[in-house]
Design a protein around this ligand. Sequence first.
Ligand SMILES: [Ca+2]
Length: 558
Amino acid sequence: MRKSKLSLILLSAIIASSALFGACKPNKPADNPDAGKPAVKADPFGKYDPAITQTSIRIKTSWMVLDEGDDEDNNVWSRAVKEHLGIELKQLWTAPDWGSPFDEKVNIAITTDNLPDNIPVYTTLFFRLVENKRAADLTKIFDEYASDKVKAMAQLNGGVSLKSSTFDGKLYGIGSPPSNDGRTFLWLRKDWMDKLDLQAPKNLDDLFAIAKAFATKDPNGNGKQDEIGLPLTKNFFGGPADVRNIFNAYHLYPRTWMEKDGKLMRTDTDPAMKTVLNKLAELYKDGVISKEFTIKDPNKDLEADYVAGRVGIAFGGANHVASPSLKGAFEKDGAIWEAYDMPTVDGKTINAQFESRVGNFLAASHKNKNPEAVIKMLNFQFEVDAFNPKYVKDNTFNMSPKNNMNFWCKPSFGIDEPNKGAVDAKAVFEALNKKDPSGLKMSQKETYDKIMKFNEDPAKANPDLWSNGQMYKAGGSVEMWLSDKYKDAKWISPAWGPETDAWVQNGQDLHTKVQEHWIKAITTGKVDEEFDNFLNYWKTQGGAEATTQINEWYSKNK
Ligand SMILES: [Ca+2]
């Protein structure tokens, strides 16, 4: 990357002077008493002596209670950065919630140029900081001071962390990339499959045949046709039966932007979507999709249907078997859930769909005399989050022994290693295979212990132990999740940039409109007509403008 070359050329003069002069001032080697001396290597974990002060800001809601005697300026995190980095971390102010109180305070601080040294903010606020020239240039500082862990995080998802924080070639912050390690599996009730003599689905038609058998052959054995074949909700996404998997099985990625012929296009306007809508309309007509899906509560009602033993198909992550719906069905209806590879339209491996837009950013004030301290605190936070034994002896950085949520006091709140889930699962899975938990972190050891307990007597296991046992058994969802065939099976939206004005204005409405149009298409079967209606709405109600604007951005930021 260009910053690496630049920093090599400018190394000696700049390292020595950056701590003395604010980042806003030009570096003038002639004024620098250290100029000409050998460069001191930047230490990502070096302790300031004497200690320096860094101010910050944080959200502090009424329910973010700390142990008695602790407060926002004196807590497990502030004491640790003092001890290990020589940084006195002081909160300039707190806000009682995300959104309006926090945003207003940051906006005022931007206007009056009265920002803290360490600035953890989210999207719009970060862009405003940069526009108003309140953020320190971290280009060289990041290169020199960011730890390997922080740099690895910054490379995820095509380097979106730094790309999103770079303006005119200069780095003004660090973004937390969205996670891309999750993966949705097809979950089926194995007890129903066995009862109806059904085999694991090899292709999509097999899956739809299973759904039809579940809906029509009374697998719950109550003599009534009360089962739901393919669960669907009026929200389509989220909840125990996220339908995204069906679209992804056709290599379609709804509700985001994709590249077509070198330009960005809203995926929902792709006529290929009609293939899936036609299939869903057919399943609705055949009674495989419940006629009540448009009126039921997407979460509460569907969960009740699972628990009551009326649903045998679910879509969710490797841990979905531990969700209230699936675990509840085990507990109340004896459901045995197994994870399966989701079949696809052409037999190719399914790609998991991920967004690329960064939500949370960390910046340093342009007035911060030690902008590298912001990076050092982030380095430290990543070590603690990885349970580095040099800094971490117990779980108190997360939860106090009195069960208070200490993690709210993280100096760079919102910036996290996004793919912790797979890292934890892999550690536990490998420890189980080796029968050696000695290398596990505390939270991982808890999971390990549950599975060992489950293995002692699976027949007597409670639902919590059972669901963990299902996940971690040989050939279970965790092993599938970590398998090589899924390593690169990801689809990441190319639209990593900020939202456009047109989208801010009309995006929510267009989003809602997609749902309305899908519901109409599925329930009436008039897919072509409804799709054209939607396209017309899209073109005239802000969608065309949003497409033009995002492509203006894309042409400069591909
Ligand atoms: Ca029945």
